[in-house]
Design a protein. Structure first.
Length: 201
């Protein structure tokens, strides 16, 4: 199943024995373009620290009920590692950490800069929830058209935290010719998607 990760924010975590908080954020690797951690709020009760769950512990997704199942009991989730052990780059505040670990809550809304000017803003990240690999980045186009376009994450070559922007190896002409993406029509298969062409194609 392909799913926009930004839509999972706020989903209720269903542990093997009881509810265990809600999805607060999702941390991704901007080199491998995979999910590294799911940050869970209130796993041990209201106001408890953010817990961290890795993809191999994630179970079934129920979009209709806004539930994400985890293959661990509630006390194991709450007593597991905190997200403070491995925070995303935007939360490292000068402390050593993985510079390629990103928060999707942070990245959503970042400006997307092409090789010859602004293209739009980041609107989502579409991943396969079987392996939690990100296949597409959703870009909301600037201007009157206000379309949404899918691009391959590999076209992002730089993330600028201070400027809240990403650089994309794509020019405005190719981007403008890219087919629109309609979120109301779920993507059935990765291979059916026509992506924005890279520069020089």
């Amino acid at each position: 199943m392909l799913q926009d990760l930004t839509d999972l924010i706020g989903f209720e975590i269903q542990a093997t024995d009881k509810p265990a908080g809600k999805v607060h954020d999702i941390y991704i690797d901007d080199v491998l373009w995979t999910v590294r951690h799911v940050a869970i709020s209130d796993a041990g009760g209201l106001g408890t620290q953010l817990a961290s769950v890795e993809p191999d512990a994630l179970g079934a997704l129920d979009p209709g009920r806004h539930h994400l199942h985890v293959t661990k009991p509630q006390d194991e989730i709450a007593g597991g590692p905190s997200v403070s052990i491995d925070p995303p780059a935007s939360h490292q505040q000068g402390h050593p950490g993985d510079p390629n670990l990103r928060s999707i809550r942070e990245l959503a809304g970042y400006k997307v800069l092409g090789v010859d000017g602004a293209l739009g803003t980041i609107d989502g990240f579409i991943a396969d929830v079987e392996d939690w690999k990100i296949h597409f980045v959703v870009v909301a186009e600037i201007g009157a058209a206000a379309r949404k376009v899918l691009v391959g994450p590999g076209l992002i070559n730089e993330v600028l935290l201070g400027a809240k922007a990403v650089h994309l190896e794509l020019d405005q002409t190719h981007f403008a010719k890219s087919p629109p993406y309609d979120p109301s029509h779920p993507i059935e298969r990765v291979e059916d998607v026509v992506l924005a062409a890279s520069v020089g194609i």
